[in-house]
Design a protein around this ligand. Sequence first.
Ligand code: URP
Ligand code: ZN
Ligand code: ZN
Length: 456
Amino acid sequence: MSTLIKNGRIITAADDYVADIFIEGEAVTAIGKHLQVNPDKVIDASGMLVFPGGIDPHVHLDMPFMGTFSSDDHETGTRAALFGGTTMVIDYAIQPHGKSLHWALETWKEKAAGKAFGDYSFHICITEFNESIKAELEEIIKTEGITSFKTFMAYKGALMIDDRQMIGIMNEVKKHGGIVAVHATSGDMIDYLTEKHKAEGKLSPLYHYLSQPEITETEASGRFIDLAYLSGVNSYIVHMTCEGALNKVREATSRNQRVLAETCPQYLLLDASLYEMDFEGAKWVMSPPIREEKDRETLWAGIKQGLVQTVGTDHCPFMWHEKLRGEHDFTKIPNGAPGIEHRLELLFSEGVLKNRISLNKFVEITATNVAKIFGLFPEKGTIAVGSDADIVIFDPSKKHTISAKTHHHRCDYSAYEGWEVTGKAKTVLLRGKIAIDDDKVQIGKGYGKFFKRKTI
Ligand code: URP
Ligand code: ZN
Ligand code: ZN
C-alpha cells in the first residue's frame, strides 16, 4: 500500500516547507515538490499543517493506584490519543514490592498486547531496589529495550524510595546507558503537612494542594539533581510544575550538568484556584498539584529556553465515582486527571497561536525530543525518508470545544470542560495506515505495536 500526501506544510523540529510525502508500507520513502509517483491513495493536504505523530512520554493506562485502576486502558487510552494526533505513548509499568522488573514488563506487555490502537513502549517504575533488581537492569536495558526508569521521592509508604536506593539505581542505570526519571516531591514534607491538615480536620481537596506546596517540589528536585550529579546518570524530571524546581535545573547548568525536564498541559494552563471549588476540585487532584501564574510563566519560558524539553500529559483518569471515595478525606481521592487526547490541540491553540512557542518548538516538545530522549529517533519523532510514517494532518483553523460529552477518554468528566480551542487533527497516519480520518477511527484494536528503545 502506498500513499501520497500532497501539498501539506511540513513542520519538523527544524524545518517548515511545503512538499509532498510519499509513503510505502510503514515508512516515508520520498519527500519533495511535485513528486512523480503512482500511489494507491492520494491525500490533499493543501492548507493543512503536516507534522510527526505526537509521542506522549507520560501516561498511566490501566494502572493500579490508590485502591483502584486508572479508567483508560491500552485500548481506550491509545484510541483517544490517536484522535488527538498522538500516535505513540510511553506508559508506566509498575514494579510492586516483592516483584521483579521483568514481572512488571511482562504484566504491562500483556495488558497492552492485542488491545492498543496506537504504538507504545514502557518506562518501568522501580519502587524497591535490592541486589536482585540490580542484577536485572542490564538485561532490561540492553535486551528488553526499556531504557528509562521512574523513581518516586513521594507517595510515602507506597511507591517512594529513599536516597540510598536512588543512588543504587542511578549507578546501575548509568553503567548501562539508561536514564533515571523522577517524581520529584518530598514524601516526608508532604506526609508531615498531610497529617497536620488531617489532624486539624482540613479534609477538602484544597488541602491536597496545601499539603504539596512549591517547596516540596523545589527541595526534592534539587536533591534529585545533586544525586544525579554524583552518579553522572542521564536524568529526567517528570511532570514539573513550578518555578522553584525549574530554577534547580537552571542552577545545575552552571556546573555543566544537564538535567532534562518534562511538564504537562495542566501545569502550563490551569490555575490552583480550581481547588477552591469545594469537592469539584477533586477533578484536578493530582500530584504535584496545579500551581500559579508565576509558575506557568516560568514553565513557558523554560520551554523557550530549552530547559524543559518535553510536554507529556500524565494522563491518569479516574471516573467521578472513584474521585468520590475522597469526599470526606482528600487523601483518599485517586490522584490524576484525563488529558491524553488534548495535548496537541491545547499546545497548538494556547502555545503556538498565542505566540508562546513556535511551530518548530511545538513539534520538538510533543514528538522529536521525546523520541530522542527515549531512544526512538529517527524511527519516530520526525518526518524524514526512512522514518515511520506517523503523520498528523492538522487543520490549523478548525475550532472546537473540549467536553466530556465528545472526548474519547473513558472518563465521565473533562479537566478542560468548555475550553474552546483552535486547531484539530484531521487525518492521522500510524506507520503508513490511516488511523483517524475526520473524527472516525479507521484501524482495528491491536494495530498498535510495542517498541523497544535504544540507549542515548
Ligand atoms: O497525580 C498523578 N500524577 N497521578 C499519576 C501518578 C504520578 O505520580 O505520576
Ligand atoms: Zn508522578
Ligand atoms: Zn504520572
